[in-house]
Design a protein around this ligand. Structure first.
Ligand SMILES: C[S@@+](CC[C@H](N)C(=O)[O-])C[C@H]1O[C@@H](n2cnc3c(N)ncnc32)[C@H](O)[C@@H]1O
Length: 387
């Protein structure tokens, strides 16, 4: 393991962080069924459009790799996805925390295509070329806007030096998540990580929060500074209703515990009070398009919840709205499915499971990439082949 003096100097006590990332409780049903597949789909798009799919080896740099969750997601994608499975993954993770790096190297010691090193992205410079510059778990939110700009500029400089055509995936915290409506007017604040399983005390952790425009401007500025053309940008919101803090209520105590409720829908041993799933969020001021999005999205969400309730002979009054095409068949699908059962308990389990599926589909297909989820992924495809 390479441990630079910068890493040691900048390292804060991460031992409880390592415990948190390895805890089995962290991988709840929402993480497994909603969040990880969504991240994989973003990675897949980044890979497909990077044009490197034509090569037999795909070199990935994972910035802020922690204990290697990005590697786990990528290897699943490489194993299961037909389009990608022919390619060999060459993975390099970097993280500022020596404990994370040491743990990750121990965990994947037997895999020859994987390595982790200690690096502070704020003052690293890479010499190797990569096909994808990945991130997940919002590592770039630890940086200030200026530090993010400099880190991206360094990455684009490397891309230009190697005349690469590749993708940069920047994962940050969404500024307008319902998890922190009282903080919507601030773009950097102390996000103490008190949801660690080991609890104890929460370290003050300053984090930056981004809207689509803020993030795109920084990414574009970094590309312009190096003179590298951007082929395309795409933005994706992950976990609009189910971010980690819809479970803790830490930054918005009045918020219904949506993540727990979705976990309950997915747990056959639990019965969920469907009325609690109704979207009830008090907003503070935000740009018009953000408020308009939530107005629309909450109508769809509530109608789907009320359709599930109706099938179970419970009544939840909501406004009638036209559902997006992707989820329009929900009520009919419920009816068809329930014709197969005569047992009331099984009916309920099935309805709750199907409701969780359709709400996930709603989030996945209607997310606008505005910064309205827990994570905002910005993907930038660059082409430096002609430079
Ligand atoms: C929430 S964790 C995500 C870890 C992993 N990518 C995952 O998805 O589980 C954020 C990671 O970013 C790392 N990090 C924070 N600041 C960093 C920096 N300046 N350079 C490199 N890594 C950094 C932290 O040590 C931490 O491991």
């Amino acid at each position: 393991m390479k441990v630079t003096s910068e890493c040691i100097k900048n390292n804060y006590d991460k031992s409880n962080a390592v415990e948190h990332y390895l805890s089995k409780y962290r991988r709840d049903s929402v993480k497994i069924e909603w969040e990880e597949p969504f991240s994989c789909s973003v990675f897949k798009q980044a890979i497909r459009l990077s044009n490197k799919i034509k090569k037999d080896k795909l070199k990935v740099l994972d910035v802020g790799s922690g204990t290697g969750d990005g590697y786990v997601l990528l290897s699943k994608l490489f194993k299961e996805d037909k389009e990608i499975s022919n390619y060999q993954l060459d993975y390099f993770g970097v993280d500022i925390s020596p404990q994370m790096v040491e743990t990750a190297n121990d965990l994947y010691a037997d895999e020859s295509n994987v390595r982790f090193e200690c690096e502070d992205i704020r003052n690293s410079s890479f010499t190797e070329s990569f096909d994808i510059y990945l991130s997940c778990g919002v590592p770039y939110s630890h940086l200030t806007n200026d530090e993010l700009y400099k880190a991206l500029k360094m990455i684009v400089t490397n891309i230009r030096k190697h005349h690469s055509r590749c993708a940069v995936v920047v994962d940050v915290l969404g500024r307008y998540s319902i998890e922190w409506t009282p903080k919507w007017n601030e773009s950097r604040w102390d996000y103490a990580m008190s949801f660690f399983e080991s609890e104890g005390h929460a370290e003050p952790t300053w984090m930056s929060f981004y809207s689509h425009n803020d993030l795109q401007n920084i990414m574009q500025k970094a590309a312009d500074a190096v003179g590298c053309p951007v082929e395309k940008f795409e933005f994706f919101d992950r976990s609009i209703m189910v971010g980690r803090h819809t479970s803790t209520g830490q930054f918005n105590p009045k918020l219904p515990r949506y993540r727990n409720l979705i976990n309950s829908l997915l747990d056959p041993s639990q019965e969920t009070e469907l009325s609690k799933l109704i979207f009830q969020v008090e907003f503070t001021s935000a740009p018009k398009h953000i408020l308009e999005f939530f107005e629309k999205f909450s109508g769809w969400w509530n109608l789907l919840v009320s359709q599930a309730a109706e099938i179970l002979d419970e009544s939840i009054q909501v406004k009638f709205v036209e559902l997006p095409q992707e989820v329009q068949g929900f009520k009919a699908a419920l009816k068809t499915e329930l014709q197969q059962f005569s047992d009331k308990r099984l009916d309920r389990q099935k309805v709750e499971f199907m409701l969780a599926q359709v709400l996930r589909q709603l989030e996945e297909t209607q997310q606008p990439g505005y910064g309205v989820g827990h994570d905002l992924f910005g993907v930038m495809w660059l082409d430096a082949t002609e430079l």
